[in-house]
Write a protein that binds this ligand. Structure first.
Ligand SMILES: Cc1ncc(COP(=O)(O)O)c(C=O)c1O
Ligand SMILES: [Zn+2]
Length: 456
């Protein structure tokens, strides 16, 4: 495997830590030079291999390395770090919710990963890579570092904490006051050095990029192409869960720094090239109107970074996505009209999150954003109304509980431009500890005299 520059095409060995092209500074992709040879096995054979691995419990193949050859064949299975990531469920929307959205659909709940977000996928590949690097190169102590809107640092700190303390230290940079208390508690709990700086995510990103340029660190942002390879597993799993037929499928993905959507685009493209799937699904990128450079590019044809305004989809509040050049390349060369974008209002994001969670799901604000995007794209006819639909809920509801609380309490900052809808607001009621008081509050009718009580 090699690092391949997406700008000038230069390649570099994978036995170094690299994040940008040493010749031109362009973004890197991790490429398997033997990918063509994998095609010899044929789509049928690969489907059988992946399905078999899914059924048998070999430790290193349990998570994203079920797709070892497509994720990182460079890392032998003995170096794989598995903390329970991947194989997250596709949860079918019930008929009421499907009606409301305008089509039957599934939520793929990536909040069911160990640090409760999809970031664990890429972190499992990056940390397995680092584990292999440590064993084979013995470089002394390595500092793993990342900038984060909350979830990357939670995942990085968790996975780094699994490696030997003598070999690895961890540090994360967060925009002060711009991550939720739950997300802040995660890297603290994993023992990382947590550094809060003024500004937004983009400011933290500039800082770690400078650190990675000037100092010996292991950068754990999605600019690190090894992370993208692990994140591709989302696409592999969706394809497997849909029975390896994806051409009729639309996958709605929230876009922030565009690392996740890049990985998903690449992952489905890999399966297509291997003959594992019949074609490419449609990808529906969803952004908040408060941070929508990719959606603007898609509708105007021009890309310009935007100045972000506060968004409840806080983890995707990014004005200049680092991985945008990769998205552009994949869309222009492979996906073309199978990549659609839509932007949604802050009101739509929170209302949708609350509505979806009242129907048996546990989506985060970004998951709410994905479903809101699907609903809007269907209503506006931006995508065909037939076929199967999957929404990526990138993290767990509980990470963003503060937004729900502020919505219910009516204390959301006006800059979010969200008015709570009374029918979605839910507050606890304090009652005295008596059956009569509870029954009266709930409007229960007394049981008729003489009837035997139900025993459950
Ligand atoms: C929960 C959640 N959803 C969505 C995103 C956006 O993903 P990306 O930045 O890869 O586009 C992030 C990124 O931090 C996230 O944490
Ligand atoms: Zn280059």
């Amino acid at each position: 495997m090699v690092y391949a520059c997406i700008r000038c095409g230069a390649t570099e060995d994978l036995d170094r830590l690299l994040y940008t092209c040493p010749s031109c500074g362009g973004l890197l992709r991790v490429r398997d030079e033997n990918f063509e040879a994998l095609r010899d096995r044929g789509g049928d054979e690969w489907r059988r291999v992946f399905d078999l691995r899914r059924a048998v419990g070999v430790e290193a193949l349990q998570g994203i390395f079920c797709f070892h050859e497509l994720v990182l064949p460079h890392v032998p299975l003995e170096d794989v770090v598995y903390l329970g990531e991947g194989h997250t469920p596709l949860v079918r929307a019930n008929p009421e919710l499907a009606d409301w959205v305008g089509a039957e659909f599934f939520v793929k709940n990536d909040g069911q990963n160990p640090s409760a977000s999809f970031k664990d996928r890429g972190m499992a590949s990056a940390i397995s890579f680092l584990n292999h690097y440590l064993r084979t190169r013995r470089p002394g102590t390595v500092l793993g570092i990342c900038a984060s809107t909350g979830d990357t640092s939670a995942a990085a700190a968790l996975y780094l904490s699994y490696l030997p303390k003598a070999a690895v230290r961890s540090a994360v940079l967060l925009p002060r006051g711009r991550v939720t208390p739950q997300q802040l508690s995660q890297p603290l709990g994993s023992g990382a050095r947590v550094i809060e700086v003024p500004g937004v995510f983009d400011d933290c990103m500039r800082l770690v990029e400078e650190l990675a340029d000037r100092y010996e660190v292991f950068l754990l942002n999605s600019k690190n192409p090894v992370r993208i390879n692990g994140q591709k597993s989302f696409a592999f799993e969706v394809a497997q869960q849909l029975g390896w037929a994806v051409e009729d499928a639309t996958v709605a993905v929230p876009i922030g720094n565009a690392g996740n959507v890049t990985a998903i685009l690449e992952g489905f493209w890999d399966l297509r090239r291997l003959g594992v799937t019949d074609g490419l699904p449609r990808i529906l990128g969803v952004q908040s109107e408060h941070a929508d450079p990719v959606a603007r590019w898609r509708s105007t044809g021009r890309y310009e970074p935007v100045r972000v305004r506060p968004s409840v989809a806080q983890a995707a509040m990014i004005g200049n996505p680092v991985s945008f050049p990769k998205v552009r390349q994949l869309v222009e060369e492979e996906y073309r009209d199978r990549f659609t974008c839509v932007s949604v209002t802050e009101q739509e994001i929170l209302d949708t999150m609350l509505h979806v969670n009242r129907h048996g799901h546990v989506v985060c604000t970004q998951g709410g954003e994905a479903v809101a995007g699907l609903r809007k794209a269907l209503a506006q006819g931006l995508i065909p109304a037939t076929g199967r639909f999957v929404c990526d809920s990138t993290s767990h509801q509980l990470k963003f509980a503060g937004f729900q609380e502020a919505y219910f309490a009516g204390t959301l900052d006006p800059e979010y431009e969200v008015e709570p809808r009374p029918e979605l607001v839910n507050r606890p009621v304090a009652l005295e500890a008596s059956a009569e008081a509870v029954a009266e509050h709930l409007g229960l009718r007394p049981r008729k005299a003489g009837r035997r009580p139900n025993v459950l």
